[in-house]
Design a protein around this ligand. Structure first.
Ligand code: NAG
Ligand code: NAG
Ligand code: NAG
Length: 345
């Protein structure tokens, strides 16, 4: 009997440490995204594809929508080292075509949304002019941009007190530049934020990504979500921010640094913002994604279709969107959110 109970408790513990993504009351007008590097390109894709719902993006070292045009060669040249090759008119035309087909939301929905855009002066991985092309593209669609282009940082997420020296290039790609990117970027996306408090370790929840992914999505079996206490206790309607990691920043690469050390969780705790951290993973073949990047050049869907990855039906795009709809308890793209009764959720 004792054995049985121990077994039961153990299996309960195992299943609860790897739980289904829970649902919380979320303000449907408070959903935003962000990321670093491949995760920044991916956040731009999410913003364009789901612009009816996603009202802001915090972009660190990322470039324009459709920059890589489904092509790894373009990704590495145009969108990283040789930004003079970027042609925004070509990229914008593709976005218009996809919107017309309904593969992404109408581009007019981008208008009035917000973007925080960062590039370090010393970034030689995704060069500053790549990021400036994104700024131009965003502004051509009426997005309100706030830019930070004057911090002497290499390619990294920037903090005020954790990580490598500001000009260092290397793992975990988190640099201490005495600059609070977490607070600064979320302050662009949301009005009147309180200063950060200490995050609460037990509010970082691991969840099971398996229900969202196929075997060849290059996504991890486990994801993370930081849920502030008031959101866990259902005492407030919360906001939702989705943060994507860069290449070489999966949990296999850097443990939990990305989901605990950026400074986002403290800002989130103080302001009742849920932070979803979806996780990609490396895969050596089928698909070929050896560095655990998010799909911004058609590595998942490329045999079937080199365009799908930037649309709502892209494998990783749809997977992350399903996580969002499970977290908020409905699909804000399809329900009439103006008529939504939050008490009924
Ligand atoms: C998005 O754009 C469409 C087409 O113009 C419009 O009908 C709709 O109201 C917009 N939705 C939002 C949430 O802005
Ligand atoms: C991924 O797997 C699905 C089914 O499991 C298959 O239909 C699809 O072709 C695969 N994609 C690639 C790129 O191999
Ligand atoms: C690929 O997917 C895109 C986006 O859904 C679509 O516009 C296009 O027609 C597809 N191409 C093929 C060859 O299926």
């Amino acid at each position: 009997m004792k054995k049985l109970i121990t077994l039961l408790i153990c299996s309960l513990l195992i299943s609860s440490s790897f739980a289904k993504l829970p649902t919380f009351p979320v303000d449907p007008y408070g959903i935003t995204v962000g990321g670093l590097s491949s995760g920044a390109f991916f956040a731009v894709q999410m913003h364009f594809a789901f612009s009816k719902t996603i009202k802001g993006a915090a972009i660190t070292a990322g470039g324009p929508y459709w920059c890589a045009q489904g092509n790894l060669g373009y990704a590495m040249s145009n969108c990283m080292s040789s930004p003079q090759l970027i042609k925004n008119d070509v990229l914008n035309k593709k976005a218009e075509e996809l919107a017309k087909q309904g593969a992404i939301d109408p581009l007019v929905n981008l208008s009035g949304s917000r973007a925080y855009i960062y590039s370090g002066t010393l970034d030689d991985v995704v060069k500053p002019d790549v990021v400036k092309s994104l700024q131009k593209q965003y502004e051509s669609f009426g997005v309100q941009t706030t830019t930070v282009y004057n911090v002497p940082s290499q390619h990294a997420y920037i903090t005020k007190n954790f990580g490598n020296k500001c000009n260092f290039k290397g793992t975990p790609y988190i640099n201490n530049c005495n600059y609070d990117m977490a607070y600064d970027s979320l302050s662009v996306l949301y009005d009147d934020l309180f200063p950060a408090v200490d995050p609460i370790a037990s509010n970082l929840i691991e969840f099971d990504q398996a229900p969202y992914i196929g075997s060849n999505y290059s996504m991890n079996s486990k994801g993370y979500v930081y849920v502030p206490t008031a959101c866990r206790q259902n005492t407030d309607i919360c906001k939702l921010y989705v943060q994507f990691h860069g290449c070489l920043q999966t949990t296999q690469d850097i443990g939990t640094d990305y989901v605990t050390k950026l400074g986002l969780n403290g800002v989130a705790e103080a302001n009742n913002i849920i932070v979803l951290y979806p996780q990609a993973k490396a895969s050596k073949s089928n698909p070929m994604n050896p560095n655990g990047c998010w799909d911004w050049f058609a590595y998942v869907d490329n045999f079937a279709n080199t365009t799908k990855y930037v649309t709502k039906s892209g494998a990783q795009m749809a997977a992350v969107w399903k996580m969002v709809t499970d977290l908020v308890g409905y699909d804000p793209e399809t329900v009439n959110i103006d008529k939504l009764d939050m008490d009924s959720i």
